[in-house]
Design a protein around this ligand. Structure first.
Ligand code: AMP
Length: 626
């Protein structure tokens, strides 16, 4: 049987014998109370996997491995920011997680409470995540590069009882003070102010603790020998919330369950990523993103593998840093974003050739489109398998992939290959919802129920979950918001988002958040943010603002700083144009697509419904005169 046939049989069994299939996968996990039913799908599109079972995620990631792997490294922290390496065994991780769980409980956190984690890439961040799920608390990790406004909107929505943070982050050798960002966010918080637990990293003198502030080290030391038994929670109990952006509204809290999440993570290691217990994984991402949640923390630890937590840039102190880590720790599987590889491509193949990479079986890339040129370059440079995989925060694991664990299918550059088991993928016409033919562009939809591990709802807002993802057509289908095409061999090609989401270096940004921030400037009447093509980062943000008649006109720099200050440096627009008006439909909808086309030097196309055609000329002129 060739690998294609093997995949076909596996995929078909996940479709035709869904419950049997996921019952089998569930054997990979330790359950406290076993399930008698695999799926409850009485209230579509809400899928409850393993509805009557209970389990604990921290038991499955940590305690479970103690007998066999207590002295094996669970986590290796490599920081090129502070030039430190720390190897942490499963036994040590277990002790720390117990201590942190005790601290959280002493600070009043109980099952179901939210804990917001706003931290740099340090081991305490992983310890905090695992300690949350140990006691049935729900973590919400906020990317450490986000700033005051982004943080405040997440605090307002998740209403955490506690925030775990550090006094400083580090980026490219520069210290980023977190406390002022947190304090600035508190000015925008409308809910009860949470308590704060702070890791003092020793990079700056420790500031005195304010009221409702606790010191991580001191509290951990007080609980040196704490033993907090893992709390068994129902399978559908939320394990975490992770905020992500769309076109409209505030960021959505993607809610993930516990049982389905555990099964999906462990199974994906086996069938897709081919990481075996005891092996080593290096994921170059950030724990603030879904790739970090899934493939720095949960999936490798559920597998009893060693995961490397890397704090730093991929090119510092030199562009060989990741490959030196692969050599030193005999990394078997690596995962990062296409942008990171494009960055390394600029520095040349020599940096890769210097190291012995014989342990490395696969490099996986995801988070944004992987262009053919970059794929070809890294595959030939590594002389190894480089695998594109496509998924989203919402799904938590791949929708499209080449299943390394089943045996790789032929790789086609530019394609994340075929649907992953459990995902009933359809490409349909975006207006009619009818299936499109091979080699035709369509909207990528998934027929529910979605497999285990996918978002169970939007935190606190079931209606928004249904309205956002399931109301495009009359028949119930999950919308990915991506266009795709399938070729004659059944390989898929992703062709970009069908909404206004901007993807900068694999980081997803909503247009509305950026526009709202620009509009907080007293002299800005209106704003439109779009993503424009960028050689390195895939896309960059470009904004157009309409300046109000009153007041002093804002400077471009001032507006860029405002965005960095409120959302974070990743959202900082590359260019901001002051224009007289924005092109809109008669019903007042801003035509972001036309603006984007012009910003990329393309023709905005035919716009018969536009309200004021003159504004297009003015935008064109502003771009040309830059
Ligand atoms: P996020 O939720 O931040 O992971 O972003 C998900 C979005 O990133 C998807 O909806 C796609 O638009 C894009 N994306 C992720 N992986 C890929 C890939 N392998 N190829 C093309 N686009 C991708």
């Amino acid at each position: 049987m060739n690998t294609r046939e093997k995949y076909e049989i596996f995929y078909r069994s996940s479709m035709e014998n869904r419950e049997e299939f996921w019952k089998e996968q569930a054997r990979l996990i330790d359950w406290e109370t076993p399930f008698t039913r695999v799926l409850d799908y009485h209230t579509p599109p809400f899928a409850h996997w393993y509805p009557d079972a209970t389990l604990n995620l921290c038991h499955n990631t940590v305690d479970r491995h103690l007998a066999e792997r207590g002295d094996q490294n669970a986590l290796i922290w490599v920081s090129t920011e502070v030039e430190k390496t720390l190897e942490i065994t499963y036994r040590q991780l277990h002790a720390w997680v117990n201590q942190a769980a005790a601290v959280f409980m002493q600070m009043g956190v109980t099952r179901g409470d939210r804990i917001l984690i706003y931290m740099p890439m340090i081991p305490q961040a992983v310890v905090a995540m695992l300690a949350c799920v140990r006691i049935g608390a729900i973590h919400s990790v906020v990317f450490g590069g986000f700033a005051a406004h982004a943080l405040a909107s997440r605090i307002n929505d998740a209403t955490p009882k506690l925030i775990v943070t550090a006094d400083t982050g580090m980026r490219g050798g520069k210290i980023v003070a977190y406390k002022p960002l947190l304090q600035a966010s508190f000015h925008q918080v409308k809910v009860a102010k949470p308590k704060v637990l702070i890791v003092h990293r020793g990079l700056v003198p420790a500031a005195p603790l304010g009221p409702d502030e606790w010191d991580w080290d001191r509290e951990m030391d007080r609980n040196l020998h704490a033993q907090i038994p893992p709390v068994a929670v129902p399978s559908n109990h939320p394990s975490y919330i992770l905020y992500t952006s769309g076109t409209t509204g505030t960021p959505k809290g993607v809610q993930r369950d516990t049982g389905g999440h555990a099964v999906s993570m462990r199974a994906s290691m086996k069938h897709i990523y081919d990481l075996r217990p005891g092996e080593v994984m290096l994921t170059g991402s950030d724990i603030g993103w879904v790739v970090g949640h899934s493939y720095i923390v949960y999936a490798p630890l559920l597998t009893g593998a060693t995961t490397i937590l890397y704090e730093g840039l991929p090119i510092r102190p030199d562009p060989g840093i990741w490959w030196s880590i692969v050599e030193k720790f005999k990394v078997n599987i690596m995962f990062t974003s296409p942008t990171a590889i494009r960055l390394l491509k600029k520095t040349g193949a020599d940096w890769i050739h210097r190291y012995n990479l014989s342990s490395l079986r696969y490099l996986f890339l995801a988070g944004e489109p992987l262009d053919r040129e970059t794929h070809r370059w890294i595959a030939s440079t590594l002389k190894g398998q480089v695998i594109d995989n496509y998924w989203q925060t919402e799904t938590g694991w791949p929708i499209l992939a080449n299943h390394a664990g089943l045996g790789l299918m032929d790789i086609k550059f530019g394609s994340p290959t075929v649907p992953a088991y459990g995902f009933d993928v359809h490409l349909v016409d975006e207006i009619t919802g009818e299936p499109v033919k091979a080699n035709e562009k369509g909207s990528l939809m998934i027929k529910p129920p979605l497999p285990p591990g996918c978002m169970t709802t939007v935190w606190g807002n079931d209606q928004r979950f249904v309205d956002t993802y399931y109301s495009r057509f009359k028949t119930l289908m999950y919308a990915t918001f991506d266009y795709a095409m399938r070729d004659d061999d059944g390989y898929y090609f992703i062709m970009g988002r069908d909404d206004d989401v901007i993807n900068v270096a694999g980081h997803r940004l909503g247009t509305r958040e950026i526009e709202e921030i620009l509009c907080t400037h007293p002299s800005v009447a209106e704003a439109a943010a779009v993503g424009v093509k960028d050689e390195l980062k895939g896309q960059e943000v470009v904004a157009f603002v309409v300046v109000s008649k009153e007041g002093k006109p804002p400077g471009e720099q001032e507006l860029k700083d405002l965005v960095s200050h409120e959302i974070g440096a990743i959202a900082r627009p590359r260019d901001i144009y002051m224009v007289a008006g924005l092109p809109k439909t008669r019903s007042g909808k801003v035509l972001r697509r036309s603006i984007q086309a012009m910003a990329e030097g393309r023709d905005p196309g035919d716009l018969p419904t536009i309200d004021d055609a003159a504004v297009l000329d003015q935008i064109k002129e502003a771009i040309e005169n830059k």
